[in-house]
Design a protein around this ligand. Structure first.
Ligand code: 13P
Ligand code: 13P
Ligand code: MG
Ligand code: MG
Length: 367
């Protein structure tokens, strides 16, 4: 059997420049140095360091499987080292997502977002890594559904014999920490009951029902649930394998031609459109947004990351960007009113409990 490789994307916001808008290049440089040392030691095969907005992204390949303590430790070290740089520059929210002082085994539950998949490299292995800023885990539900279950998006579901059996979705209940799987197309209405509520249910993985292989994996860490308070938004990542038994590259990108509404944006407390942008445009500024998504494509060759190719750096996404700006204008006019502002239940980690408590006595019963 051919050797398995693992693709790990581990990300954290460890300080913004200026405010929450982007990453300072010195943080990327420091993280690169730390990962290069890890590569020299043989902890990882290859790596690429980048940023989406104010989130530092570590893309790594290795042979140690998901949840490798060695690889997670390396990522943690990179975040800690880059945090020192962020502190020296007094960047905004330096070390924001590192919720613990001490690393133990695994970055899960410690603040960083993680998406990892282990697979045998195919003859050709195109993957796309999506990275979002100013939004929450769950933002991938709609695009994942469209990629892997909607024939109006993905022609291959209808006309490719290797995809015609459909895909299996693993969905997590991020509040109750349980998971369930749905086989599509048969169970797609059941699937939609849950993933249509992305604040609570998030698609974690997708598998080919033809070969059983993993097709996609997302980060589902919800920072506010981990920290018990608002720290910053999850700003999730997603890895998707493309072509052959999986959707073609263009089918994987197609859902983002519609800038759907996600939660996040200013103070993580608003709804706004997810705008697909090239890397150089992933610097949210207007009202700290609107939320952004970038897509970097790689061919993986014996663990080497051949890329990146900046997939949304394409005028065919101009109309999506324009529609996103129009939707942003429209929603902004609601100011502090729902549905621009998130509903009450989602505001529980902000000022709501404090204001409620302070004004508790002033409420009088209605006769
Ligand atoms: P594959 O079936 O080899 O993935 O080719 C489909 C394709 O590239 C059409 O866009
Ligand atoms: P980030 O989650 O990207 O740090 O954004 C936080 C925020 O509050 C923006 O207004
Ligand atoms: Mg930030
Ligand atoms: Mg961010």
């Amino acid at each position: 059997m051919s050797k398995e490789i693992t693709l790990s994307v581990i990300k954290a916001d460890i300080g913004g420049w200026v405010g929450h808008s982007r990453i300072h290049p010195d943080l990327i440089e420091r993280a690169k140095e730390v990962l290069a040392e890890g590569q020299k030691r043989g902890d990882i095969l290859d790596f690429h360091v980048t940023a989406a907005g104010d989130d530092l992204q570590l893309i790594m390949t290795h042979t140690q499987g998901d949840d490798s303590p060695k690889v997670h430790q390396l990522a943690w070290n990179a975040f800690e080292e880059a945090t020192q740089v962020a502190k020296a520059l007094k960047l905004y929210g330096a070390g924001q997502d590192l919720l613990s002082d001490a690393f133990s085994d695994n970055v899960r539950g410690m603040g960083p977002g993680v998406a990892e998949m282990t697979f045998v490299e195919r003859k050709s292995e195109p993957v796309i890594i999506f990275m979002a800023d100013k939004t929450a885990a769950g933002a991938w539900n709609l695009p994942l559904y469209r990629m892997f279950a909607d024939p109006f998006n993905t022609a291959g579901l209808v006309i490719s014999p290797s995809m015609h059996k459909g895909f299996r979705f693993e969905v997590q209940d991020v509040k109750e920490h349980k998971a369930i799987t749905f086989d599509c197309p048969e169970e797609m209405y059941d699937l939609l009951v849950f993933i249509g509520a992305p604040a609570r249910y998030a698609v974690k993985r997708v598998f080919s029902r033809n070969t059983g292989e993993i097709a996609a994996v997302s980060s589902t860490e919800r920072l506010s649930l981990i920290a018990g308070r608002y720290v910053g938004k999850d700003d999730p990542v997603l890895i998707v394998r493309c072509q052959s038994q999986f959707p073609a590259v263009g089918e994987v990108l197609e859902p983002f031609a519609f800038p759907h509404i996600v939660e996040g944006w200013m103070r993580g407390s608003h709804h706004g459109p997810l705008m697909p942008v090239a890397l150089h445009e992933a610097n949210p500024s207007r009202f700290d947004g609107p939320p952004r998504v970038v897509a970097l494509g790689f061919q993986i060759a014996d663990g080497r990351l051949v890329g990146p190719v900046d997939m949304f750096d394409d005028p065919s996404f101009d109309e999506a960007r324009r529609l996103a700006n129009q939707a942003a204008d429209y929603l902004r006019r609601h100011g502090p009113f729902e549905p621009h502002r998130l509903p009450m239940e989602e505001m529980e980690y902000t000022t709501m409990p404090e204001v409620m408590k302070r004004l508790g006595d002033r409420w009088t019963p209605i006769e």
